[in-house]
Each structure stands twice: as structure tokens, then as C-alpha cells.
Design a binder for this molecule. Structure first.
Ligand code: LLP
Length: 388
């Protein structure tokens, strides 16, 4: 873990901030590119996980595409120089101006999430004199065995079009003359650690593709989304996620002939390379005996623990104490739920010590807010730091 190694340099920097380990990011990108090339799989980076310009410029060097969830994310990808033909765009509620922008940029695929959206894309494409390349985002009804807050592919979810609804509307979809249905898209959820779940996803995808092609569709790609989980418990044990195993499963179970297979990884690419660094402000004990460690970050820098009950490993990287104590680590925001973790063991901590909140590269800074008029968190990159 980088922060521990460079702790003395970090003491000079105003907290809180995100520290990004650029070497680890590069190694992770090398791994995903190397492993995906074995099967000629196409990889997109899910920009929602972290839209930092410097990280994006590095990601771009590795030749992968971008997965977007809004028009502004599409714009960011294009402005950062990603080839529009490597950009895919999903989202249940695309606004007309967002659809128009994606059409104008002629991105690889607009992944549509309702029958009505398909009709709107068709109509807007007609107005613009274009033919839109579109993916059908199908809700596959799969339990991804992850935190319920971040599953997306179960029957009742807002994401994707139900398979039944697609079957009921085949004729209508095929009558839309200004869209080209180039593939299907499935994304079952995030932080998936039980990889056998992806076997189910492949089996469902096989059946869906076979059935829809028998009804007259002809697909050239299958996009199986993202979701590969990372090791939040002991990040040091697994700094680079196991892309090889996931690809091997998809290779074995997905039978879609020579169609292109696409992935959209967010967390697995940037999750482990980021840490949130914060300083201890105060110690205090509640009347009930809870020892609180108040740090100068909060849910405005990293909301995952408060929003989803997510676990992030926390370490005091500057304390020289031998003794460990139990602490509840809380933030500065005016919210009772602004708690990073409860009753965790940390080296005895005092005002000014630095804490590292690990595995915070994904859905950390990109979900930051200005609540309580906090400033948005700054970033420090390891390569700048180490060359100082
Ligand atoms: N593709 C689609 C269509 C998605 O909705 C997502 C994530 C991804 C790809 C990337 O998934 P990943 O590889 O990162 O698992 N804020 C939550 C996670 C929300 C995920 C949203 N969709 C968190 O902090 O855990």
C-alpha cells in the first residue's frame, strides 16, 4: 500500500485528499489488456467510477474504450480524446439533449433501457438524418450475490428492459427504421466476488441471443457489462483483480459465435489505486463509552460507507505507537450517519496522525459532494510525489 511507504511526504500536504498510485493503475491496466487480448475481448472503462483527467489520460494510453452513464460522461470521454467508436452509453433516463449528443458523436452504441427510449432514439435519429447504433440492455433477472444497493440485474430493478417486454415488442422494435440494433447489453451488478454468478449471466445471454436472432435480429456484439469485485477486506492481498478468471469463465460459458464480446470495468480498474488520506482532528468518548476518532474527511469525500454500509480498510499510517485501540471513525459532516467504520482496531491515534482509507479509487471522488460547503477533494498522484 502506497500511503504507508510515502507517509512522511504526505504529512506536508493539506488533508483530506485522494492519493492515487499510478504504478498500480498501470499494472492493473496492463493486466486487463493482456488478459483480454488473449480472447480478443473489448474492454471499456466505466468512467463513473472515477473521471479524474490525469487517470483518464493514463487509461487512454492503454487503448481501451469508455462506458458512460450520462451525456456529460460521453462528452468527457470525447474531450479526453477517446475514439467515439469505443464509447458506449447506458442509463435508464437519457435526456433528449444527451441522446442527440451521442448521435452527433456517432458513438459505438447507445444501450437503450426501455421500449420508449428505443422509439425516442429512433425519432431523434430520424430528425438528425442518422441511423443510430443501439444495444438492447436486457434485464437478465440474475442475483449477483452482492450488496443489494448495487445489484442491477434482478427482475424488479429499474435497469434494462425485461426480456418479456422485448419479446412482446419484437415487431415494434424491428419497425424502427432509424436504429440499428447491433447487440445486447447486460450488466448484473457491481462488486461481484462470487465469480460463478457470471456463469449464470453467460447462460442467460446465450439463450437471449439465440432467441432474439431466431426472431430476426442479427447482432454483432454482446456487452456483458462490468461488476468484477475487488478485495476491500485485505487489499494488500489482491491489489490487481482477477481479470484472468473472469475472462476464462466468459470464454467457457458464453457461446455467441464470433460476435464481439465487450466488458465495462469500473471498480476493478481504479478501485485499488486510490486511498483517501485524512488527518485525525479530535479524540472523544461518548457517554456510552464509544471512543470516537474525528477525522477531517467525511461523507462528502467518500460516501460509500454511509450510503451502502460498505467496508473500507482503514489504517493509521503515521502513528508510532505499539498499542492498538478500538475506535469509531467519524467525519466532519453534520449527519449522524457520517461514520466511516465502527469499533475498529487502529494504532493509538492522536491529533495530526494520518489515516489511509483504502480501496477508494472507485466511486470515491466521483461521488463527492459539497454538502456543508465542503471543498471537493483534491488529488495527489504518486508519480508527482515520488519525483519531488
Ligand atoms: N456498466 C454499467 C452499465 C454500470 O451500471 C456499471 C456500474 C458498470 C458498468 C461498472 O461496474 P463496476 O465494474 O464498477 O462494478 N457507486 C456504487 C457502484 C455503482 C455501480 C454503478 N454501475 C459503489 O460505490 O459501490
Amino acid at each position: 500500500m502506497l500511503s504507508r511507504k510515502v507517509a512522511s511526504q504526505l504529512k506536508e500536504i493539506e488533508t483530506p485528499f485522494y492519493l492515487y498510485d499510478i504504478n498500480l493503475l498501470r499494472q492493473t491496466l496492463e493486466s486487463v489488456v493482456y488478459e483480454s487480448n488473449k480472447y480478443n475481448y473489448k474492454v471499456h472503462y466505466a468512467i463513473k467510477a472515477n473521471n479524474d483527467d490525469y487517470l483518464l489520460s493514463i487509461i487512454k494510453e492503454y487503448g481501451i474504450g469508455i462506458d458512460c452513464a450520462s451525456g456529460n460522461e460521453v462528452r468527457k470521454a470525447i474531450e479526453m480524446g477517446f475514439d467515439p467508436k469505443t464509447v458506449v452509453y447506458a442509463g435508464v433516463g437519457k435526456k433528449d439533449k444527451e441522446i442527440r449528443y451521442a448521435l452527433e458523436q456517432e458513438i459505438l452504441a447507445i444501450n437503450c433501457e426501455s421500449i420508449e427510449e428505443l422509439q425516442v432514439v429512433d425519432a431523434l435519429a430520424a430528425q438528425m438524418g442518422k441511423k443510430a447504433d443501439v444495444g438492447l440492455r436486457v434485464n437478465p433477472d440474475i442475483d449477483p450475490k452482492t450488496n443489494h444497493c448495487i445489484d442491477t440485474g434482478q427482475a424488479d430493478s429499474k435497469f434494462g428492459i425485461s426480456y418479456d417486454e422485448i419479446l412482446e415488442n419484437v415487431e415494434l422494435i424491428q419497425s424502427l427504421k432509424n436504429i440499428n440494433i447491433i447487440g445486447i447489453h447486460i450488466h448484473i451488478g457491481s462488486q461481484i466476488r462470487e465469480l460463478h454468478v457470471f456463469e449464470n449471466m453467460c447462460n442467460k445471454a446465450n439463450a437471449i441471443v439465440e432467441k432474439l436472432e431466431s426472431l430476426g435480429f442479427s447482432f454483432r456484439m454482446v456487452d456483458v457489462g462490468g461488476g468484477l469485485g475487488i478485495n476491500y477486506d485485505v487489499p494488500e492481498n489482491e491489489p490487481i483483480p482477477n481479470f484472468a478468471s473472469l475472462f476464462a469463465i466468459v470464454r467457457e460459458y458464453l457461446n455467441v459465435g464470433d460476435k464481439e464480446v465487450h466488458f465495462e470495468f469500473g471498480r476493478s480498474i481504479v478501485g485499488e489505486c486510490g486511498e483517501l488520506i485524512a488527518s485525525v482532528l479530535f479524540n472523544k468518548t461518548t457517554a456510552t463509552g464509544r471512543r470516537l476518532l474525528i477525522i477531517d474527511a467525511s461523507m462528502t469525500e467518500l460516501i460509500r460507507p454511509m450510503l451502502y454500509g460498505s467496508y473500507h480498510n482503514i489504517e493509521n499510517i503515521t502513528s508510532e505507537e505499539e498499542v492498538f485501540k478500538k475506535y469509531t471513525v467519524v467525519g466532519t459532516a453534520c449527519e449522524s450517519t457520517d461514520v466511516f467504520d465502527e469499533n475498529i482496531s487502529l494504532k493509538k491515534s492522536k491529533r495530526g496522525d494520518l489515516l489511509a482509507i483504502k480501496s477508494a479509487g472507485a466511486y470515491g471522488r466521483s461521488m463527492a459532494s459539497e454538502y456543508n460547503m465542503h471543498e471537493l477533494p483534491k488529488a495527489v498522484y504518486s508519480d508527482q510525489l515520488l519525483t519531488k
